[in-house]
Design a binder for this molecule. Structure first.
Ligand SMILES: Cc1ncc(COP(=O)(O)O)c(C=O)c1O
Length: 481
């Protein structure tokens, strides 16, 4: 048979392949007749239009940042500009093979190189790798760099990693995966690291600390300069979890606070989506102490040309195939390029302003965990409401009935009945006021008709689930029978 597209562009669909002189193996011979189906599988049969309608209907039932308010704390960014999608679909970027020679991928290498420079400028660091695929992967990379630093100096006794109890769970997990012994530091009544316990924990065996600043409580660590000084006195290094960088960009830099290494969550600070767990990007930036250990390759510029440099003898090696999630980097590049330095500063201002406005208004009916100026997010503690039969989970589910995605629940772990709210900078005052109105209405319901919260959600495509049964006796079949 003659192929319809036989004369189309070489390398594209439709080119006739030569017949191969390879013997064909019948399935029965390859894995035995007993494993070959005797009947076709009972799969649902649908026409193309039915399939399109099915998935369109499912997408309408879904909820995302393009549908409404999404005040999820310490999570993905809630702004995904459409121009980002346009940039990543350019054939010059999307169509390139990751194994192309440096000379044929100059545009991509330039993006990687410039983004590295911009991130370093924002963070006050010297160099960065863009390879890590998420924040947690960045944490692991950072821990590996800290380990390589101490090893190179022969300091094998440096085994402890200090981590505050408010930290995200990935912090201790990354440190432990890297072989460090995790020492948990309690928080004091203002939400800062408890300095007395910090001083007690500090010794020659400490390799470093992992700190999130602002913390996951939405609070700026007030003793950061002293913490940095004390740690550096024993040659321990400071790791900055950059998940909350969107609160301080343009105002202060992790490098100036004394941090030696950090990760960025491009999907939290630089407008790249992270739905469903990926793909993300967690670049890691370092100061001069850790630069020699960065993963290979790094992108170097020479007279306007870009090349990959593998010649780094102290490198911890490659930590991701190819160059990392390039499409995600490109989106962050476009975002930073559009906003510039002043724009990024304004992002932090608006994120902090929105969070403080919301906190000040909600305080009328809800208890905040730490009553001090917050950064880009804050935490409510619903112990009083839980006593009246409306725990945080019930409030979260009732919010769904009002068409609002709930904030993060039960995190940070050190706050009882936590509801962690991050409005983000892109939301209008009207949206925030509507959220407050809904939260006040729910507070009224808790007082006057608590049964509404016990049944919630009632307006969603899937109503209240029997969660105990779902986890004990899950049904995985597509169809009964
Ligand atoms: C404070 C903090 N650190 C680290 C992470 C891990 O980031 P990622 O989800 O990109 O792995 C998160 C994620 O929610 C976080 O909130």
């Amino acid at each position: 048979m003659k192929l319809l597209f036989e004369k189309s562009v070489p390398g594209r669909r439709g080119v006739k392949l030569p017949d191969l002189d390879v013997p064909r193996v019948e399935p029965n011979e390859a894995w035995g007749a007993e494993l070959v189906r005797s009947e076709p599988p009972d799969l649902p049969e649908l026409s193309e239009v039915e399939t399109v309608r099915h998935f369109t209907e499912l997408s309408r039932r879904n909820y995302g940042v393009d549908n409404g308010f999404y005040p999820l704390g310490s999570c993905t960014m809630k702004y995904n500009p459409k121009i980002n999608e346009e940039a990543v679909s350019q054939y010059g970027f999307a169509g390139l093979h990751p194994l192309l020679d440096d000379e044929l991928a100059q545009g991509c290498l330039e993006v990687i190189h410039k983004l590295e420079k911009w991130l370093c400028e924002i963070a006050g660091m010297k160099r960065a790798t863009l390879q890590p695929a998420a924040g947690a992967h960045g944490e692991l990379t950072g821990n590996m760099l800290i380990k390589a630093y101490h090893r190179a100096k022969g300091n094998l006794h440096k085994k402890k990693m200090l981590i505050p109890d408010s930290a995200h769970g990935t912090n201790p997990a990354s440190a432990a995966l890297c072989g460090f012994e995790v020492v948990e530091l309690p928080s004091d009544e203002r939400g800062n690291v408890d300095m007395a316990r910090f001083r007690e924990a500090l010794g020659e065996d400490v390799a470093g600390i992992m700190l999130t600043n602002p913390s996951t409580l939405g609070l700026f660590e007030e003793n950061i300069l002293e913490i940095a000084e004390r740690l550096h006195e024993v040659d321990a290094l400071l790791y900055y979890d950059g998940a909350n960088l969107n609160a301080v960009m343009g105002y202060c830099r992790p490098g100036d606070m004394g941090f030696d290494v950090m990760h960025f969550n491009l999907h939290k600070t630089f407008s790249t989506p992270h739905g469903g767990g990926g793909p993300g990007s967690g670049p890691v930036a370092v100061n001069e102490k850790l630069e020699p250990f960065l993963p290979v390759p790094v992108v170097e510029e020479d007279g306007g040309r870009y090349r990959l440099d593998y010649d780094r003898p102290q490198s911890i090696g490659r930590i991701m195939p190819f160059h990392g999630n390039f499409g995600v980097m490109l989106k962050a590049f476009v975002y930073i390029f559009m906003l510039g330095g002043e724009g990024l500063k304004r992002v932090s201002e608006d994120a902090v302003l929105n969070a403080n406005y919301l906190m000040a208004r909600l305080k009328e009916r809800y208890r905040v965990a730490y009553d001090r100026v917050c950064m880009h997010e804050f935490v409510v503690s619903n112990t009083d409401k839980a006593e009246k039969g409306a725990p945080t989970l019930a409030i979260a589910k009732r919010l769904l009935d009002y068409g609002i995605h709930p904030p993060t629940v039960y995190f940070p772990l050190i706050v009882k009945e936590a509801l962690m709210i991050e409005p983000t900078e892109t939301e209008t005052k009207e949206t925030l006021d509507r959220f407050v109105e809904v939260m006040f209405r729910i507070a009224d319901e808790i007082e006057n008709s608590p049964e509404l919260l016990q049944e919630a959600p009632v307006n969603t495509p899937v109503r209240k689930l029997d969660e105990v049964r779902a986890s004990r006796r899950p049904v995985f079949r597509y169809r009964k029978g």
